[in-house]
Ligand binder design. Sequence first.
Ligand SMILES: *Cc1c(COP(=O)(O)O)cnc(C)c1O
Length: 400
Amino acid sequence: MSSDQSDDPLADARLDTLAIRAGIHRTAEGEHSEPIFTTSSYVFDSAADAAARFAGDSPGNVYSRYTNPTVRSFEERLAALEGGEAAVGTSSGMAAILSTCMALLAAGDHVICSRDVFGTTTSLFARYMAKFGVTVDFVPLLAPDQWQAAMRPETRLLYLETPSNPLCEVADIRQLADLAHAGGALLVVDNCFCTPALQRPLELGADIVIHSATKYLDGQGRCVGGAVVGSQALMNEILVFLRTCGPTMSAFNAWVFLKGLETLRLRMEAHSRSALELAQWLQQQPQVQKVHYAGLADHPGHALAARQQRAFGGVLSFEVQGGRDAAWRCIDATRIMSLTANLGDAKTTIVHPGTTTHGRLTPAQRAEAGINDSLIRVAVGLEDVADLRADLQRGLDAVG
Ligand SMILES: *Cc1c(COP(=O)(O)O)cnc(C)c1O
């Protein structure tokens, strides 16, 4: 964006405009759509220019492990949408989490992490951060007293996802940000399920937002990527890790995500509308014991989600009567939905969390997390909702 704010036509622009216009740096060719810069390195004007760019005394690209114009466009657009000063693109969502940890944590530091985060995030903290002397406490997402009790002088990060997967529990971001800041720690929020179209954690006090761009930012299940968003000072630290260790985003993937952002709001509203309709319908079905979706008025997180989010998102889960076999029969009887654990796609996906995404937990851990054998998760896509309802009806008919 322009360095002179008063000249910047986007200085006061709203989300739908930023999603389409932020981060554009048109070249002398006058291209309308954003180009893909598939180059590993860049040519300098002179030996003195090369020296200045290497020393960081002059702006400009050096090497695509450091910066790439297409990646920069994606970073600027995402930062604008999240209301952050800067963003850093990474090779995957996990690389975004790893880069944040490696840049901001040191041996002896302590992290408090929600128990209800993406399984691989749990492994990253428990298996790898622990190996480097970072201690981690896992606490239930909805127990602020346990977050409070876990705080120590050496606590550096509080880490959470809201809404949670697959039970759609909703945490109060403002409350946990205050708790983190009172103890001199930072709050990190994985905003993968809502995206900035529905929830802006930085406005609610979070310091860092994490994305798996693989999900809704892409929106069509094509590329793996991630991003971190926050203050310029924090992003500079993460960028130094990225430049040194290399989990950078490719230019092609950045271009896919950049174009994905243009339709993000429309897609998130459509995902949310269809998910709400299906959740309400599922609640009426005799084979369904319980529906987990924060858009339902009787969901415990409904009021908070209505305040904190613009809509309720595309992911819901439900429990059928009859346990694991019934849940598997239900899934196997659907014929339109894709049986895959991915989400954030135009294509609706259906999965049995207890034996896939959460299959590595012990039965006791699953019980504690509220994930029983009857649970089915649906990440509602963009197909006609009547066809999705008919597909779920086929599934429920097989429950018996
Ligand atoms: C998928 C996912 C990740 C990991 O992202 P990758 O792009 O697969 O590395 C992290 N957090 C959440 C909530 C996810 O759904």
